[in-house]
Design a protein around this ligand. Structure first.
Ligand SMILES: [Zn+2]
Length: 217
């Protein structure tokens, strides 16, 4: 059974997840930010998943506000609120890693992101800030800023991303067949998240030449 906090997060086909959010204006009330921070800090799914970040539309508010909840270099989790975040510089270098999203529970995708970004934003006290981020935090910010434009690479169908998921069923011959049939295909079956299954899936993905090198049948 899902917790009360878990139920505050909008999921799947909720139309607010597809909306382009509006910028916070000087006169706007920001009461919802408290709830956003609370959900980001306290979220823990039945499966033990916690929130690395959360965007306002994920709690039903179509405003440009995100919260990140990432471990810093000293190992402590720091919560950061960004109002009207804007990514104004991006590395040419990109990295691929698995991402999940609280709005699409149980789904994981391998998503390519910029290795570092430079971001400007306003704090809750509306002080302008700008900073360079790299690694996991840069990935989280890119994911959350996508949400503000009604986009989620985990939930949306994107030809560049590959599903690697499954909560229940093992990787099957049908999955392998689906993968070998088309390049850039998504694994439709929900594949196991165990390390063994992930390895099997990635091996199958590589064998199928995902990324344009696969054969068309
Ligand atoms: Zn998300």
């Amino acid at each position: 059974m899902s917790s009360k906090i878990e139920r505050m997060v909008r999921t799947w086909d909720d139309p607010v997840l597809k909306q382009v959010c509006t910028a916070v204006e000087p006169g706007d009330k920001l009461d919802f930010v408290e709830k956003l921070v609370m959900v980001a800090k306290k979220y823990r799914s039945a499966a033990g998943v916690t929130a690395a970040g959360l965007a306002a539309p994920q709690i039903g508010i179509a405003k440009r506000v995100i919260v990140t909840n990432c471990r810093n270099t000293r190992g402590t989790v720091a919560t950061r609120t960004m109002i009207n975040p804007a990514i104004y510089a991006r590395s040419l270098e990109t990295e691929v890693a698995e991402e999940g999203c609280l709005s699409y529970p149980g789904k994981l995708k391998r998503v390519r992101r910029h290795a570092w970004i430079e971001v400007s934003w306003l704090t809750l006290e509306r002080r302008p800030m700008s900073q360079k981020f790299s690694g996991f935090e840069a990935r989280v910010i890119q994911h959350e800023v996508d949400h503000l434009d009604g986009v989620c690479r985990v939930g949306d169908d994107s030809p560049d991303d590959v599903d690697v998921i499954d909560e229940s069923a093992p990787f099957t011959a049908d999955d392998a067949k689906a993968l070998s049939g088309e390049p850039n295909v998504k694994v439709i079956r929900r594949l196991s998240t165990s390390a063994i299954h992930r390895t099997a899936i990635l091996a199958a993905v590589l064998a199928a030449g995902i990324g344009g090198k696969g054969r068309h049948s």
